[in-house]
Write a protein that binds this ligand. Sequence first.
Ligand code: HEM
Length: 271
Amino acid sequence: MYYRVPSPDGQARSALDANLVYSKFLFVTLRREDTRARARLREAGSCIARGFFNDFHANGSPNPPSNETVQFLVAPTPRCCNDGLLSAGFVAHVTTKYRPRLGEIEAELGRRLGDAASVRAVDGSVKAPRYTSAALQEYVDNGAASRQSGRSAANVIIIPMNKTAAWWNMSMLERHAYFYPHVDETQGGQVAGHAKTAEAGIQTIYRRLYHNPDGYQRTDEYDFVTYFECADEHLATFDVVRQALRDERRNPEWRFVIEGPEWRGRRVQRW
Ligand code: HEM
């Protein structure tokens, strides 16, 4: 039995669906690379950052200094494409407990950038873990990477993704098994499952999972945004973990994953 909590639309939802903190990823693609556009971007960045703790200065403390945070990111070589995500040379990741503030920030950024850039926003929210038992929590927390400053953990990887209808058609309890070592009926043997397959990253990759705050399986939206930070020397471990998770013989959960574009960049103090 779950606790039922009221939600903004008045519908009762389980406590697992409650959005604890809201997040917005603002992907900015400059329309021209000149000094005026860069100056506008810099100024817009400092305006939206007012009142937020800059996560570039995170220091590994288990209790973050604030829920109101901003982190600026840059991609050294954005791709030439039109999707607004991979083309983005700049990202601002803003987090707050008060969702309307994110809408105001998006509007403010768009207004300040004007025709110098396009902005694509992807929303997320932090929810209570839904498949993580106390034992799994202990396993993934054991020596887990804490959040470091942008100076020591400069790399960021952002991957939005969806899960297939078949995944969402399973009950929560059936889905649960995929995160643990379990017997895979399709292959007929014991498999590692998500957490054990990702073990190599526990100590070196700082990770955050954002859910779509408005629900799953929404047209033209992502179910999740996965977010990772690591030091230069651990980027190779990230790639190993990502590849391992894609191996459906070890991690059958990936049969249900539809990967979105992967954005890679670096944390910076300001744009
Ligand atoms: C670095 C080591 C990693 C560890 C220890 C880890 C562990 C976990 C755990 C324990 C959960 C369950 C959260 C819950 O209870 O709700 C989870 C969920 C998830 N992880 Fe990972 N993970 C890692 C890396 C990755 C990577 C590299 C990706 C993607 C490329 C990824 C994608 C996801 C997604 C999308 C979910 C949500 C799945 C769902 O709710 O259906 N993880 N992870």
